[in-house]
Design a protein around this ligand. Structure first.
Ligand SMILES: [Zn+2]
Length: 320
């Protein structure tokens, strides 16, 4: 811990470097700009990058200084950062009813106009910091964020012990969802992707998962046949982590009567769905927007070894 001592960090790395993007979606390093929370403005729903904006809302670190009035943390504490800061006013329907992920006044770091946390130093309100155990790495602490997305998905979709699940997409959220679904006891589990390498990674992560490479030349109905064959049955639940229309539709055709396609991914604004097929099979289509009250549970699951997120870290880059 000595090399992590807060004062030592500040003197060794005085400059606050952050990773930025711009409307051209270029990535570059720049001195971070702090925007005090008092300056917050703008609205969720307009998350187009219109100016330079720093990235990142998957972060953990060590507290190096605390402001006046901070009581729960001190320099040296190790924390994971929950990066959506809701208003928490009683006059706010979402906050009052415990759905703070929907707060219209939320400051979500990395969502314009708010800068992100992929920086050396970051100022964060203490209420939205979560202590992580000494034995948990900062990498694991950062991965609490995508795991939170997956936990919210598993909870809202009602994954059950022994219920068949199809996960569409083996990207970061698909893989985090795979870890959460397998911990929740989903069985059997199929995971799909167009990328063979991603599927091999998924299979290494959870050996009992059944990978399906999407034959892109086929129709969604034909793709659904391939998925159902791998699963051995029609599925109760599709956890859709791509947002791609053809994948959503293939997911719908993979469902049994009364099944559900639960969308965790982001996709284009308007999509065409097999409306009457869904009606005839009572297939639900549900969505998720971020998460609430997942951090403490996610930290507990990782700390106790129920979910191992370490294999998700494949590359390391410095901020220089
Ligand atoms: Zn609110």
């Amino acid at each position: 811990m000595a090399e992590n001592a807060p004062t030592e960090i500040l003197s060794r790395k005085p400059e606050n470097i952050a990773v930025y993007t711009n409307p051209q979606h270029e990535l570059y390093l720049h001195r971070a700009r702090f925007l005090p929370l008092a300056m917050r403005k703008g609205h969720i729903g307009d998350i187009v990058v219109t100016r330079a904006n720093s990235l990142g809302h998957e972060s953990a670190g060590i507290v190096i200084a605390v402001g006046a009035g901070v009581t729960r943390f001190k320099a040296g504490d190790r924390v994971a950062l929950e990066c959506g800061i809701p208003c928490m006013k009683a006059t706010c329907y979402s906050c009052r009813t415990g759905q703070y992920n929907a707060c219209p006044e939320v400051v979500f770091f990395s969502t314009p106009p708010h800068h992100g946390t992929l920086a050396r130093y970051h100022v964060h309100p203490e209420d939205w910091l979560h202590k992580i155990p000494d034995e948990m790495t900062y990498e694991e602490g950062s991965l609490i964020e995508p795991l939170s997305v997956a936990l919210a998905g598993v909870e809202r979709s009602g994954v059950r012990l022994g219920s068949p699940v199809v996960i569409c997409g083996a990207g970061p959220i698909g893989l985090a969802t795979l870890l959460a679904a397998q911990a929740a006891g989903a069985n059997p589990i199929v995971i799909t992707d167009i990328n063979e390498t991603r599927l091999q990674f998924a299979k290494k992560l959870v050996p009992r998962v059944r990978p399906v490479t999407i034959p892109t030349e086929k129709t969604p109905v034909e793709i659904a046949e391939v998925i159902k064959e791998a699963l051995g049955e029609e599925t109760q639940l599709v956890l859709e982590c791509t947002g791609v229309e053809s994948s959503v539709v293939a997911g719908i055709y993979s469902c049994r009567f009364g099944g559900m396609v639960f969308v965790i991914g982001c996709g284009k604004d308007f999509q065409t769905l097999p409306f009457m097929h869904m009606a005839g099979k009572e297939i639900d289509l549900r969505f998720q927007y971020r998460y609430h009250d997942t951090y403490p549970r996610a930290i507990g699951l990782v700390a106790s070894g129920v979910i191992d997120v370490k294999p998700l870290v494949t590359h390391r880059f410095t901020l220089e």
